[in-house]
Design a protein around this ligand. Structure first.
Ligand SMILES: [Fe+2]
Length: 283
């Protein structure tokens, strides 16, 4: 497998971004997109704990993809203050992302602006993600098939990306947008086709924004405990249609089959992923 560095750029005009990155769906780290946001100065651990530490939050453990009743659900509760103190003190696999602080603290949305670098912003407000040092966001692409602008705060995240041409080597589970490969510690015995994959990588630092074009796979490791924010922009009508199709597959097929036959369904998905990759290796 080969991973190449993602370009880091500053001072891009709207026209330059659209022509060089948005239209060709090419990832880029925009180092100055979030500079003007109050959020990049104001949203420290101490600030969030002082103002929102009392809120109860649903935490996700490393068994998020385990088949059965907790499949893709939270089963741990603590306060935001307890969680933020934990992730800034020591490594932990716990993450927080099904619960959006911005739903509970709408005043924070005034600290972030939709950039004028492109159009089609999806949400009235963005979405936040938190993770402890060493915690992992497994390989997936976003189910709604929109473009993502992912800004990180204070600490560091290692992010690996692959485009859709790499699908034959990535062991995607059918009826999902997920894979269980780890591109940073590849297991070539279990996933031999992964050797042929070519991707991109970067270490995202404070205030930097990674443009993840629609349907690009991403695998993320929090190098330190920290938090990020995503803005989303539509990828045209076709992107929205693809998103609806993926969402239907996930909620109708994948979740129903998990409820009916948890472990058998997971094994079937893994076998199919192996079969598809074996076919790719024969080519
Ligand atoms: Fe994602």
């Amino acid at each position: 497998m080969e991973l190449f560095p993602i370009e880091k750029r500053a001072g891009l005009s709207r026209e330059e971004f659209i022509e060089q990155y948005l239209k060709p769906k090419k990832p880029v780290v925009l180092t100055d997109l979030a500079w003007q946001w109050p959020a990049t100065q104001k949203w420290t651990f101490d600030f969030l704990i002082e103002h929102y530490g009392h809120l109860e939050v649903p935490i996700i453990g490393p068994d998020y993809h385990k088949p059965g009743p907790t499949y893709m659900k939270s089963n741990i509760k603590m306060t935001l203050g307890e969680y933020l103190n934990l992730i800034r003190k020591e490594p932990t696999k716990y993450r927080l992302f099904l619960w959006n602080i911005l739903d509970h603290a709408k005043e924070l949305t005034q600290d972030v602006h939709n950039p004028d670098i492109c159009d089609g912003w999806v949400d009235a407000y963005p979405f936040m993600f938190f993770g402890g040092a060493g915690s992992v966001t497994g390989m997936h692409y976003d189910i709604d098939c929109s473009h993502v602008f992912h800004t990180h705060f204070w600490t560091r995240k290692h992010i690996v990306l692959f485009d859709q041409t790499q699908n034959p080597y990535l062991y995607r589970h059918p009826f999902t947008v997920q894979s269980h490969v780890n591109p940073l510690q590849p297991d070539y015995e279990k996933y031999p086709a992964l050797k042929r994959a070519t991707g991109l990588e970067t270490i995202l630092q404070h205030g930097e924004t990674l443009f993840i074009p629609s349907m690009w796979w991403h695998y993320i490791v929090y190098l330190d405990g920290g938090f990020s924010l995503s803005l989303r922009a539509r990828d045209g009508l076709m992107g929205s249609a693809r998103g609806l199709f993926h969402i239907a597959q996930h909620f109708v097929v994948d979740k129903s089959m998990n409820a009916l036959m948890a472990k058998t369904w997971k094994s079937w998905k893994e076998q199919q992923a192996q079969k598809n990759a074996a076919m790719a290796l024969e080519v």
